[in-house]
Structures are given as C-alpha cells and as structure tokens.
Design a protein around this ligand. Structure first.
Ligand SMILES: Nc1ncnc2c1ncn2[C@@H]1O[C@H](COP(=O)(O)OP(=O)(O)OP(=O)(O)O)[C@@H](O)[C@H]1O
Length: 336
C-alpha cells in the first residue's frame, strides 16, 4: 500500500506560562497561547513495499508525522492518503490496514499475559483461527515468542516486550507498518533480531515500512530510502548512496611515519581539510572528490619513511552527524 503526503502541516497550540505569582494569576484569568509548527509543509510519496527511514534531530517532527499517518492526530492542513484512505477521517478502515509500534509506549495490556492480548487483537481484527495459528508459527520462527507467550507484559524485560509488541503490530498482517524508534534501549542482540524480523516481514509480505530511529545501523540494515526532516521541513529525500555522496565525501587517512610527525601546515597546503595528531598517528581529513590518499602518501614519502597507513570512509553515523551539523550551520547562517 502506498502513502501520499501533500503540504502537510501540524500546528500545536501550547499555553504560555507567565512568570511569577502575578503571571500565574493572569494565566488563570486570561490564557495566552504559543503556536508551534511541528510539521511545516511536508510532501512525499512512498511506494508500496518501500522501507523508508524517517529521520531528524530531536523535536524535528517525526513522531507528529507518524501520528498523523496513523490517524491518531488530525492535520492542521494538507492531505494524507494511505492506500487511498484519509487516516484521520477513515480511522477504522485505516486501522485495519496498518500496524503501529511506538518504542517508548506499550500497545499491549500490561496486566494480562501476551497470549491474552493476542486473543483480544485476534477478536478485534477478526482474524480467523487458521490465520492466527499460521502467523504465530511465523513469529515463532522469526523472532521466537514461546518463552514469553504466557507471561504478563508487566514482568517482561524491554527486549522481551519489544518482541511481543512487534508481533502484536503484525498480527493482523497490515499493509503498512509504522515504527517509532523500534530498537530504542535494546541490547545489540535483540536489536539485530528486531531488524531481521522487520526485514523478513517486508520481503515476505511486501509490507510498506516507515520507521523513525536514531540508531544508524537500523537505517543501514533496513532502509532503501531516507527522508530527513528538521524543524518540520524535509531537508533530504533519497537513497543512502545519495546521502553518502552529499554528506560523506570526507575520508580520513591515518598515517604513521618513522621519524616524528609530518608538518600539518604542509598537509593543509596540499589540500587536507583538517590534520589531527594523536600519539604517533596523523589523521588527515580530506574531500575525496578533490584529493586522494595516494597524493598525500607520495608527498609524505618524500620526507618520511611511512610505517603504516589506513583510509577510513565515513560510516552512516558520521554522515548523519555531519548532516545534522550542516542543518544547524544553515540555521545559524540564515539567522545572521
Ligand atoms: N501534543 C503536543 N503539544 C504541543 N507541542 C507538541 C506536541 N507534540 C509534539 N509537540 C512539539 O512538536 C515538535 C515536534 O515533536 P515530535 O515529537 O514530532 O518530534 P520528534 O522528531 O519525534 O522528536 P524525538 O526524536 O525527540 O522523538 C516538538 O517541538 C514538540 O515539543
């Protein structure tokens, strides 16, 4: 199922708190409000079966968008179509076709065993006994459920609960899955299990997946495309290769020479963007679209005996960090 979002806006009205006792009394008599545009004219189109990472710094508007896509929040303006439906007006039909997981909040009933939550979901979504059994079998195979199936949710560890939450979100075999921070707070092994589960579900059932995350391996492992937002606006929409090309052209050459340290000024004159010396190593940062490691190495070899060297390309974590930094810089520039 595809998703179409056009000129989406969500403005929140927040009561303004005036300072001091007089301020508090005035607040009681006459409330003033601040407006916050959490989502500011966002448009994108997601094809059926795509796995899209919806990224951005804290407070960028990711959760607000997901809540509008899921029909939990009503947009201030703009339009959303999920498989042709308008989520906030056709809530019931829409809910049947989507699965939602908010990593920070539980969708399961706290006091009752996972198995009974699943029975309730089976009833709510009118899942046949045969389909129910079949899906439990798939979940068991992909993520293993039997160890926690009869335990009440409140006694589950975070990792155990997230396994149950993922299965609960997928029990009715939704066409679209919205995941808000699905791996937050999990240990490395559970994270990897959850990622595999999402990937296999997408591959086997063609479920469209939109996920927000601050976890870079989630993105690398899962997302064929990323949409990056900042202060409610789309800053980048494309595949990871495009993102790497735009923000990941800086390589690091790490060199160790026999006789002391090379002259940083000379390296900077030769086109290095930055030279950091740590112990016996020199870390030379350069833009690989303009320079290459061979150039630096041959120049260094004229004056030094090179003992060791390596070249590091930036990983996705570094690329996103640079992108967020450049978003902040453009903010500072536009304010000046
Ligand atoms: N119910 C609300 N009332 C008022 N303001 C809100 C409400 N929900 C979110 N906001 C504000 O809207 C902005 C976007 O919030 P949102 O939760 O969508 O960000 P986010 O990108 O998901 O952030 P994070 O990565 O920290 O989860 C923030 O400034 C937030 O304070």
């Amino acid at each position: 199922m595809g998703i179409q979002v056009e000129n989406l806006v969500k403005t929140f009205r927040r009561p303004r708190h005036r300072e001091g006792i007089l301020g508090a009394l005035s607040d009681l008599v006459y409330r003033e409000y601040d407006e916050k545009k959490a989502v500011d004219n966002i448009s994108f189109k997601i094809e059926p079966g795509e796995v899209v990472g919806y990224l951005g710094p804290n407070g960028a508007g990711k959760s607000t968008t997901i809540k509008m896509l899921a029909g939990i929040l009503t947009p201030t303006s703009g339009s959303i179509r999920v498989g042709g439906l308008i989520p906030h007006t056709q809530r019931i039909e829409n809910t049947k076709r989507i699965g939602v997981l908010f990593g920070q909040r539980s969708q399961l009933w706290w006091e009752i065993p996972v198995s009974e939550s699943f029975q309730l979901l089976k009833y709510m979504y009118k899942i046949s006994e045969a389909d129910f059994r079949k899906r439990l079998g798939v979940f068991e195979e992909l993520i293993s459920l039997s160890d926690i199936y009869h335990l009440p949710v409140r006694i589950l560890s975070l990792g155990q609960r997230m396994r149950a939450e993922m299965c609960a979100a997928l029990l009715h075999q939704p066409d679209v899955l919205y995941l808000d921070e699905p791996t937050i707070g999990l240990d490395a092994v559970v994270k990897e299990n959850i990622r595999n589960f999402i990937k296999q579900t997408n591959q086997e059932t063609g479920t469209t997946v939109v996920l927000t995350t601050h976890d870079m391996p989630d993105i690398e492992k899962l997302c064929s495309r990323v949409i990056v937002i900042d202060r409610g606006r789309v800053m980048f929409d494309g595949n990871l290769e495009m993102l790497k090309h735009r923000f990941g052209s800086q390589n690091k050459l790490i060199v160790e020479v026999e006789d002391g340290l090379p002259d940083p000024q000379r390296l900077l004159l030769n086109g290095a963007d930055e030279v950091i010396q740590e112990g016996r190593s020199s870390i030379i940062t350069y833009d690989r679209n303009r320079r290459n490691s061979a150039g630096f190495l041959s120049d260094l070899a004229q004056l030094h005996k090179i003992i060791d060297f390596s070249v590091n390309e930036p990983d996705i974590e570094e690329i996103i960090r640079r992108m967020y930094k450049s978003l902040n810089q453009s903010d500072v520039e536009s304010r000046n």
